[in-house]
Write a protein that binds this ligand. Structure first.
Ligand SMILES: C[C@H](O)[C@@H](O)[C@@H](O)[C@H](O)C(=O)O
Ligand SMILES: [Mg+2]
Length: 428
């Protein structure tokens, strides 16, 4: 069957998470977790579902960018796309006029991710893959100085299980996760304590705390969390790009007594040498640097790795150009022996990224050392196959596809601005 793509629709779906300060950090104080949600239809009835994550305002711009790309997708067959997926990736990212709006960054790249996530979902629902096919999806342009196609093929040891539940340890125990849900910046100390108590009871051992707005607050909050979780559990801190380089070093040094494993996004996501300086200064304190949720493409990741500017690679399923570009980054991280700990949360990111991290474990790194995947406990009820967490581990998804199909009723209620949820808030 050819699976000819006959239509692509994109909708602006927003959840009013800012009402309760869910997702708040030092830079994004009132996020409404949102998505540009894509559905592609085929002539045989099979559909593909994809999305990219946003914080509310501006989702309409991503929707426009997806619409601008739709013409490159509709009319093609799935076979035509996947038989030269590298070429198709380039068609979307390097259209000779559209690329002026990126290239491979910003709104157009988010739109590319939404569209390609839907294509991967369709492909995963349609059939399995082999290692050569997987490598043929990666655009190696600009990264051959650190990773070649031949090398990538050697790295990928077994991909039969791509998008299917692997049989081993993963099936029994799942992939280790950490939680960010206890300590958003806008939560009160009382909330922090309650959420932490609940999380400990449910088996969580690794916790991320938002920092960066006020040092005294950070000291108080980190002390509180460290006291609650004890010396043996893991603490990470996340500043969401709040500081300049020197400020990052001195601020984090003041928090070193709480023994954070990493400081995440200490400064501008584009400042590779700044991250390298921070990494170097914090290494003697045993604190690593993590970044990636706003690292806009594989070329940036390449340089972060080359410059030893990060110790934890945080890939993002919707920031990079879908699975294609995430594969390139996973393989480069493997080459540099830097662990991948993906960014997740938002809306749909956990659903998507669980596939990438399983792929990393089963097919690329084969290791869980210093590896864990972020988990945030919001909005999963809107998906047809939500993530399953058991004892602080992601259990492998069982349904075919890329797990980001939303319940139609949720999409309709949250569509912006006409959905019932928004009519209610706008009329208030
Ligand atoms: C605005 C968002 O909630 C961010 O704070 C969030 O993605 C965060 O950086 C994270 O690491 O989960
Ligand atoms: Mg973060």
């Amino acid at each position: 069957m050819l699976h000819k793509i006959t239509n692509l629709t994109v909708r602006d779906v927003r959840f009013p998470t800012s009402l309760e300060q869910h997702g708040s950090d030092a830079m994004h104080t009132d996020p409404d977790y949102s998505a540009a949600y894509v559905v592609i239809d085929t002539d045989c009835g099979l559909k593909g579902f994809g999305l990219t994550f946003t914080l509310g305002k501006g989702t309409e711009i991503v929707v426009c960018a997806v619409e601008a790309l739709a013409g490159l997708v509709v009319g093609k067959s799935l076979q035509e796309i996947v038989s030269d997926f590298r070429g198709f990736y380039r068609l979307l990212t390097s259209d000779s006029q559209m690329r002026w709006l990126g290239p491979e960054k910003g709104v157009t790249h988010l739109a590319t991710a939404a569209v390609l996530n839907a294509v991967w979902d369709l492909w995963a629902r349609a059939e399995g893959k082999d290692p050569k096919q997987i490598v043929s999806c990666i655009d190696f342009r600009y990264i051959t100085d650190v990773l070649t196609e031949d090398e990538a093929l050697v790295f990928i040891t077994c991909v039969d299980c791509f998008f299917r539940p692997p049989e081993d340890q993963m099936l029994r125990e799942g992939y280790p996760a950490y939680t960010t849900s206890c300590a958003w910046l806008g939560y009160s100390d009382q909330q922090l304590k309650q959420l932490c108590t609940d999380a400990l009871k449910s088996g969580w051992t690794k916790f991320k705390v938002k920092v960066g707005a006020d040092l005294e607050d950070d000291i108080r909050r980190c002390r509180l969390i460290r006291q609650m979780i004890g010396a043996n559990n893991t603490l990470m801190i996340d500043a969401n790009q709040r500081w300049d380089v020197a400020e990052a070093i001195s601020w984090v040094s003041r928090l070193a007594e709480f023994k954070p494993l990493w400081i995440e996004e200490p400064t501008s996501p584009d400042d590779i040498l700044g991250h390298a300086a921070i990494s170097k200064a914090l290494a003697p304190l045993g604190i690593g640097v993590a970044t990636g949720e706003q690292c806009h493409n594989r070329v940036m990741f390449k340089q972060f790795l080359q410059a030893s500017a990060l110790q934890f690679v945080q890939i993002d399923s919707c920031r990079l150009g879908s699975v294609n570009e995430n594969l390139a980054v996973l393989l480069m991280a493997h080459k540099f022996q830097v662990p991948v700990c993906p960014h997740a949360g938002g809306v749909g990111l956990c659903e998507l990224v669980q596939h990438l991290i399983l792929f990393d474990y089963v097919c690329v790194s084969g290791s869980l050392s210093h590896r864990m995947c972020e988990y945030v406990d919001h909005l999963h009820e809107h998906f047809t196959s939500p993530v399953v967490i058991h004892d602080a581990h992601y259990m492998p998804p069982k349904d075919p596809g890329y797990s980001c199909e939303m319940l139609e009723s949720s999409v309709q209620r949250h569509q912006y601005p006409e959905g019932d949820v928004w009519k209610l808030h706008i009329n208030k």
